[in-house]
Design a protein around this ligand. Structure first.
Ligand SMILES: Cc1cc2nc3c(=O)[nH]c(=O)nc-3n(C[C@H](O)[C@H](O)[C@H](O)COP(=O)(O)O)c2cc1C
Length: 363
């Protein structure tokens, strides 16, 4: 079934969809997803078409039960409107946001482009979202069928570019979401906001984490890193994190490194294939450096079971994606999970957790 859906998506649907502006198509998919999520029957059909379940993919991580290790990365469901349909598409978890202290229009359009030859998207959204108050109100009464990560960032405006205002803005979103969902991501790596990425500076990160430590929450906290950090900067940030309530890292966000004329022309950060190796390298570096002490969520350029398995073998316990699904189709999640079980079979693993950090090079 997945093969047929994938082939229809790639051969018939994608060529039409890719004729239109990428953000328009993204908005269309969001509307369809909201509709499919509303009714029991449409949820059941979606589940039948896409989802793959296998107890060998289940893990309990930091007290949270994941049905499988493949999650939707932040930025696809910015306003948390798709939490009813994503479990039926087959995801094991979903990260919503980034959510900021204040509502944010984002950068002027156009702000999303496809680079099919490079398997990447160019993203210049600038943290468009409805803000923490509205999103928290939407989610407060909801029961989720899958673990939800709430990804917080600082509002993309001139005022929040100042350090203390930026920290207050993060804190506002963090407090509003403190008992909603299952884990927090603190996004310090948006490449498209006023003032750049000030919290990759260890002194500023120290201040930010100290402020967030003071907000009570039972949810574990992840920090999302840029793939463009040097190992020296990663070391400095890890030292700061060791003193604070940080349980893990998300490796990685979009890259600003542009290598091709086509990319340089466009503002924004690159996803997909252009970030894959950088993300793999950072996962391996942090896993080895911290000896598995932190939970790592690997993200960047995953478009097959092998890609996901590689990130797991390098040290990621969980894996996220967006771009692979845009280029390959929504059946990709089931395909990856099915493929992970095959890769586990070849190695005699009973549970996916046995593959974490095994460091095998050629898979
Ligand atoms: C359209 C789009 C919007 C994104 N917006 C956010 C965001 O708001 N917050 C965030 O932390 N990451 C955001 N990201 C980065 C992704 O979460 C992910 O880290 C990155 O795209 C690499 O994964 P991929 O190659 O599977 O897309 C965005 C990515 C895309 C493609």
């Amino acid at each position: 079934m997945a093969k047929i859906i994938g082939s229809i998506y790639r051969r018939a649907l994608k060529p039409i969809l890719f004729l239109f502006d990428a953000e328009q198509i993204h908005d269309l998919f969001t509307s369809v997803g909201i509709l499919l999520g509303k009714f029991k029957a449409t949820r059941a059909v979606t589940r039948w078409l896409f989802a793959y379940k296998n107890p060998r993919l289940e893990q309990t991580v930091l007290g949270i039960k994941f049905a499988n290790p493949i999650g939707l990365s932040a930025g696809f469901d910015k306003d948390a409107k798709l939490t009813d349909i994503m479990p039926e598409v087959g995801f094991g978890f979903e990260e919503v946001g980034s959510i900021t202290g204040e509502p944010c229009e984002g950068n002027p359009k156009p702000r999303l482009w496809r680079l099919p030859n490079l398997g990447s998207l160019v993203v210049h959204y600038g943290l468009k979202n409805e803000g923490c108050v509205k999103i928290a109100a939407r989610l407060a009464a909801k029961k989720f069928k899958l673990p939800i990560g709430t990804n917080v960032a600082k509002t993309n405006n001139v005022a929040c570019a100042e350090t203390q205002a930026g920290i207050a803005d993060y804190a506002k979103a963090f407090a509003a979401l403190s008992d909603i969902g299952d884990y927090f991501t603190v996004n310090i790596s948006c490449p498209n906001a006023y003032g750049g990425e000030p919290f990759v500076d260890p002194v500023r990160l120290e201040q930010l984490l100290a402020r967030l430590d003071a907000i009570p929450t039972k949810k574990p906290v992840f920090l999302k890193f840029s793939p463009d950090l040097t190992n020296e900067t990663v070391d400095a940030l890890l030292n700061v994190c060791a003193k604070h309530r940080v349980h893990g890292f998300i490796c990685t966000n979009l890259t600003k490194e542009k290598k091709d004329e086509n990319e340089i022309r466009l503002k924004g950060g690159l996803s997909g294939r252009m970030v894959k190796q950088l993300s793999d390298d950072q996962i391996a570096y942090i896993y080895n450096k911290t000896q598995g002490k932190y939970v790592i969520i690997g993200v960047g350029g995953v478009s097959s079971a092998k890609d996901a398995f590689r990130k797991i073998q390098l040290g990621a316990t969980l894996v996220e994606l967006i771009t692979g699904m845009v280029f390959e189709g929504p059946q990709l999640i089931g395909e990856i999970n099915r493929g992970l079980v095959r890769l586990m079979d070849q190695r005699g693993y009973k549970n996916i957790s046995e593959a974490v950090g095994t460091g095998e090079k050629n898979i």
